[in-house]
Design a protein around this ligand. Structure first.
Ligand code: NAD
Length: 478
């Protein structure tokens, strides 16, 4: 049976114990055993990253670029093999698994350009014979803490930019899905990174998290709001830079002039692709009363045609929920929704077999005050909320403790633009399914869905570098 250890200071290091990583479609199938690190080993990883920092921060931009490009090349070359591994550990379909690995490769390739693009400014100083120079430097040792739902892409998009800008890294991936992060670490080591520039520690976040946060110059976290808040409080107390990407309760408005086929496609993809286990998943479908019944009828017909099953099978549209604990949480939310009067239009039950399969589930007759429309489920569960006109729909969409992604389906330019302007969410989709797949543009939520700046694209430089303004008195006038 495959055993995988932690990567610390360029070496594979045994942990305090081995934990089995299981396939959620067939829980008896163990993918591998992963060594969980101790707190002392997490501190050792921080020490290795600190020791590697001066060398990597001062490295030639071409060196950094070459390493990142090689990582992207290997991810691409192994996309089918790694996509299958991702599917086996997380449960999304093989098509989605391979797509996620290819996207991770694209992220590394894009980030490989960053060291070469990094610039600054030189301005004439206001005192004669001086120049003011504005430049950027790495922040230092960055700790990356990631969730299970994009086990390759989230570690990839944090790591690629952190390294591109000359930081050194300790990655702590979700203990639920360590396999993809381990492969990424292995690829990074073979791509030519200096010893200690990238370290991987696997294990329970509650045990390792505090020591990691305390030893970091910056923390980039993606995960649940509760954990995010704990990390924020700890980081702020030490004045450590922190970035949080958190949950969503994402609305999709179906306006009365919408192309209903398109609206159903967008709702179906948004709510049920990746088993609804996406921070940007559509969970509140706000439908104008004038098209409500026709929309619901079409959506239910399409849901009934979804093929739920083995995610390795090419015919499958939706795989299992990631774990037994997540399945229990989803079923609990479904029972609560029924208890508060939501009407089940489709699904709602666990499917036969050993795997953690849940039917795609739709509630109708809900209102926005119900718990099912307030709290993130993080599973294949969506609710329809009727609305009376665009203003009402926008008010419902914005009435949430989350502000990650939102969308509208409409044929009207004015209603689309009104929605784009008034939506509180950090990401707005017009006639398009919810996503975060464009790696060259900033990604992230607002308010309780995101804190501390955006990730990816042109935004990444803000978090992963510090500014410096220097005044040079060279004595040459003009
Ligand atoms: P989680 O918060 O349970 O775990 C995320 C990571 O935090 C894991 O690595 C975990 O081990 C670690 N952790 C747990 N307790 C910790 C602590 N006290 N200190 C430090 N680290 C700790 O989240 P999850 O269940 O893995 O992922 C699902 C959540 O992630 C959902 O809320 C989802 O919306 C969110 N998410 C957000 C985005 C985004 O970009 N906004 C993307 C993906 C997932």
């Amino acid at each position: 049976m495959m055993e995988r250890r932690n990567w610390i200071a360029g070496r594979l290091v045994d942990g305090v114990r081995l934990e089995a990583n299981r396939n959620p479609a067939r829980p008896s199938e163990v993918i591998g055993h992963y060594a969980w690190a101790s707190v002392a080993q997490a501190e050792e990883a921080l020490g290795a990253a600190r020791a590697a920092l001066p060398g990597w921060a001062a490295s030639n931009p071409q060196t950094r670029s070459d390493v990142l490009r090689r990582v992207g090349d290997e991810l691409n070359a192994r996309a089918e093999e790694l996509g299958a591994l991702l599917t086996r550990e997380e449960g999304k379909t093989l098509r989605e698994g391979i797509g996620e690995v290819r996207r991770s490769a694209q992220i590394f390739h894009y980030a490989a350009g960053e060291p070469l693009r990094q610039g600054g400014e030189a301005l004439p100083g206001l005192r004669d014979g001086t120049t003011a120079m504005v430049s950027r430097e790495p922040v230092g040792v960055v700790v990356l803490i990631t969730p299970w739902n994009f086990p390759m892409a989230v570690p990839a998009w944090k790591t690629a930019y952190a390294l591109a800008f000359g930081n050194t890294v300790v990655l702590k991936p979700s203990e639920v899905t360590p396999a993809c992060a381990w492969e990424l670490a292995d690829i990074l080591h073979r791509a030519g990174l200096p010893v200690g520039a990238f370290n991987l520690v696997v294990g329970d976040g509650r045990t390792l998290g505090p020591a990691l946060v305390d030893g970091a110059d910056a923390v980039s976290f993606t995960g649940s709001p509760g954990v995010g808040r704990a990390i924020l409080e700890r980081s702020v107390a030490r004045m450590t830079r922190v970035q949080l990407e958190l949950g969503g309760k994402n609305p999709l408005v179906v306006h009365d002039d919408a192309d209903l086929e398109l609206a159903v496609d967008i709702a179906l993809q948004g709510a049920f692709h990746s088993t609804g286990q996406r921070c940007t998943a559509t969970s509140r479908i706000i439908v104008d009363r004038r098209v409500h019944d026709a929309f619901v009828e079409r959506l239910v017909t399409r849901m009934a045609a979804l093929h739920v099953g083995d995610p390795m099978d090419a015919a499958t549209d939706m795989g299992p929920v990631v774990s037994e604990a997540q399945l229990a949480k989803d079923l609990h939310c479904i029972a609560d929704a029924r208890g508060e009067g939501a009407e089940l239009a489709f699904g709602g039950g666990r499917m036969d077999g050993d795997g953690y399969f849940l039917e795609p589930t739709l509630f109708v007759g809900t209102d926005n005050a119900m718990r099912i429309n307030r709290d993130e489920v993080f599973g294949p569960v969506a609710c329809v909320i009727p609305a009376d006109g665009l203003d009402h729909a926008i008010a419902i969409a914005n009435d949430s403790d989350h502000a990650l992604s939102s969308g509208i389906v409409t044929r009207g330019l004015a209603s689309a633009e009104t929605f784009r302007r008034r939506s509180r969410a950090g990401l707005v989709m017009v006639n398009a399914p919810t996503a975060g797949i464009d790696y060259h543009v900033p990604f992230g939520g607002r308010g309780p869905s995101g804190y501390g700046g955006r990730e990816q694209g042109s935004a990444a430089v803000e978090f992963f570098t510090e500014g410096k303004t220097a005044y040079i008195n060279h004595g040459i006038a003009g």
